[in-house]
Design a protein around this ligand. Sequence first.
Ligand code: ARG
Length: 458
Amino acid sequence: MAHEKLWGGRFSEPTDKFVEEFTASIDFDKRLYHQDIRGSIAHARMLGKQGIIPLEDVEAIVAGLQDILDKIEAGKFDFSVSLEDIHMNIEARLSQKIGEAGKRLHTGRSRNDQVALDTRLYLRDEIVEISAYLDMLIDSLIFQAEKNLEVIMPGYTHLQTAQPILFSHHMMAYVEMFRRDRGRMEDCLKRMNVLPLGAGALAGTTFPIDREHVAELLDFPEVTRNSLDSVSDRDFALEFMSSSSILMMHLSRFSEELILWSTSEFKFVELTDSFCTGSSIMPQKKNPDVPELVRGKTGRVYGNLMALLTVMKSLPLAYNKDMQEDKEPLFDTIDTVKGSLKIFADMIREMRVNAGNMRAAAAKGFSTATDVADYLVRKGMPFRDAHEVVGKTVAYCIEKQKDLPDLTMEEWQGFSAMIDEDIFDCITLEASVNARAATGGTALERVKAEIERAKAGR
Ligand code: ARG
């Protein structure tokens, strides 16, 4: 070849070295090699079946590509920046190896539909992996919920003690979130699972290709219906990155709670040493680095979504080189989400729960005040009046430095003659928790039922 560039025909001067580096994507899109080769093999087989290229050429192409795949996987493939991206690196090497036949591979295809295909193939596999990591994390949460089934902790609103809840109920709240995340990933996968190859550069192709056949070879249930859209669409990446942002938001909230619970003020949980680090100056420190970093990495996942939305926001149809900027944020999102899920799944499984401290905290802060109000309502008092009575009782307790269970029968009756001996049974932590027995409540029986539901995948 007189020039290395696959598009060099109309050019008489070489590309500026810096322009070459600036426009190349090989450093980051080489990770699409497997998908690129898989797509090319399917395309070549279809071209052969349709009689567009000779069958001997198809065999040479397939063997050549398989060999290139082996070389890449063995780390024996030299990627060239002047060949710009993974697509041209592989195609150029194929032609070098097998000659004429290699040069026929790109018939009826463009890099524009090729890159759309490769990215979808890649993300499709990654989403399956991410869903598996989500399952691992859900398993760890259920493991902790079952292990600490009856542990009582304070439930908060405004980070002020609100009502006692089961720690297992708190873990199962995250199970709900991560199950929704998995659902969003599945939805995203459905819409992504459509073959764009065959759109050509933008308008389709003049060759009698069989797109449905390629779809079958590559396991796509459908083909795209508009060639312009096929090469311009990055919704699938955006959808994935939106779902990932929500997922990271969940991990970040969880991180925040774990960091708080690990403080010497709370001491609700202890993350095992293998998930923490020390300080170079303060010998007593054991820092919750993992949740802190996951909380921090949430920022870059949001940033990646914003970056791609902004890249896409004013692009005219169809392909524009701007779209090459989709890959780094997409790949970074995949890596960040996978890493965060994996480390969380392991960390949560090993986390130690300090039941005594949780219980002691739940007993403070008048966490059963609502139960007293509900008690009065059951005795016939309107709820607003009951709220007022208990408010006064709490104010009295604060003044006398007492908790609700410390009050004597005389003291109780001073606030309402409706209050009887049975008040004492109603304000225990267990009674408070187990009274919340409607579907979705924190009562032990309810939480057990939800754990069973989640385990059965319902
Ligand atoms: N490296 C390019 C990308 O990632 C491939 C598509 C290039 N197409 C083109 N006409 N320059 O978007």
